[in-house]
Design a protein around this ligand. Structure first.
Ligand SMILES: [Zn+2]
Length: 62
């Protein structure tokens, strides 16, 4: 674990936050819909990234 850097910790925390938000959206029934416009997120995009929170139109706010 000698190469376990603060950068690694930060990346893991970011991933954990994304998982938390995905689980919250599952509970609220808004998983698979864009957080910005509420449109359904493409299935292919969710296959590529199950934590995706935004449609292709709003990727910068994911
Ligand atoms: Zn959108």
């Amino acid at each position: 674990m000698s190469d376990f850097t603060n950068e690694s910790v930060s990346a893991i925390e970011t991933t954990l936050n994304d998982v938390d938000r995905a689980l919250e959206r599952l509970r609220l029934g808004t998983y698979r819909t864009c957080q910005v416009c509420g449109m359904p997120i493409d299935d292919a995009d969710l296959d590529a990234n199950a934590l995706l929170a935004n449609c292709r139109t709003h990727p910068e706010l994911a």
